[in-house]
Write a protein that binds this ligand. Structure first.
Ligand SMILES: NC(=O)c1ccc[n+]([C@@H]2O[C@H](COP(=O)([O-])OP(=O)(O)OC[C@H]3O[C@@H](n4cnc5c(N)ncnc54)[C@H](O)[C@@H]3O)[C@@H](O)[C@H]2O)c1
Length: 237
């Protein structure tokens, strides 16, 4: 039987690139997303990728999709939300809670439901370089730092069962998530990138494919920073 992978946030952006790369590599992929219209649009260009509409914050919906799969070898927690950059005093309590509900709660629910059903395999969580810190997105940064903490904790807990748990922390990636920025904001963000701008979603997909592969199963509890070196800081001269 083909190895089976479930990719959330699979309708577009990084999740779509992951779904397509894994499918090209011989995986049977189910792309899951809350945006049914985007899934339908993507699926018109796919063959060999199944689609599932689901909200990752619903345990029942996640469990129903997993129960419909013949097996489960890899799950990629890519569904996520971001927000416009705001100073702390402008971030509402409800925006903070929604950020944690989707980015942390969704990752938790899928990891828990997958671990209940997997025998061996890999859980790959998409965090963000932002987990290291950054102004203007305290709720997003908090959510991604929580994803990293959860990754490390689950790695210890699940390693005895042959399940690896790792995170990929992307820098700025060219998806609709960053399309919300104004041209001025975008220019300022580009200047902070060592490569001068955003990277393509495929750059992240290749890191995920490595962690899903047999070679990548020697790693667990790690955070793979795919950020062109931005996290290394600024050169002294
Ligand atoms: N684009 C970047 O610069 C960047 C950088 C670092 C990390 N990330 C992370 O990468 C992941 C993918 O982001 P992207 O840039 O591809 O954004 P995107 O908006 O293109 O894709 C995110 C997908 O998640 C889906 N989604 C949102 N809430 C959901 C829910 N409750 N249930 C199911 N699906 C849901 C959306 O419908 C969308 O298809 C996110 O976790 C994001 O935080 C992105």
């Amino acid at each position: 039987m083909q190895p089976q992978a479930l990719v959330t946030g699979g309708a577009q952006g990084i999740g779509r690139a992951v779904a397509e790369l894994l499918a090209q590599g011989g995986w049977h992929v189910t792309a899951a997303d809350i945006d049914a219209a985007a899934l339908t649009a993507a699926s018109a260009q796919w063959s060999g990728i199944d689609c599932a509409a689901l909200d990752v914050t619903s345990s029942a919906q996640v469990a129903a999709v997993l129960d419909g799969l013949p097996a489960l070898d890899v799950v990629v927690n890519c569904a996520g939300i971001a927000a416009e950059l705001l100073p702390l005093h402008q971030i509402s309590r409800s925006a903070f809670e929604q950020m944690l509900r989707v980015n942390v709660g969704g990752t938790f629910i899928l990891a828990r439901e997958a671990a209940r059903r997997m025998h061996k395999g890999a859980i790959i969580n998409i965090a963000s370089r932002g987990y290291l810190g950054g102004a203007g997105a305290a709720h997003y940064v908090a959510s991604k730092a929580a994803v990293v903490g959860m990754t490390r904790s689950l790695a210890v807990e699940l390693r005895w069962r042959g399940i690896t748990v790792n995170a990929v922390a992307p820098g700025m990636v060219e998806t609709r998530m960053i399309a919300q920025f104004t041209p001025d904001m975008r220019a300022r963000l580009n200047r902070l990138e060592p490569a001068g701008g955003a990277m393509p979603p495929a750059a992240i997909a290749h890191a995920v494919a490595y962690l899903a592969s047999p070679a990548g199963r020697s790693m667990t509890g790690q955070v793979l920073l795919v950020d062109g070196g931005k996290s290394l800081g600024v050169a002294p001269c």
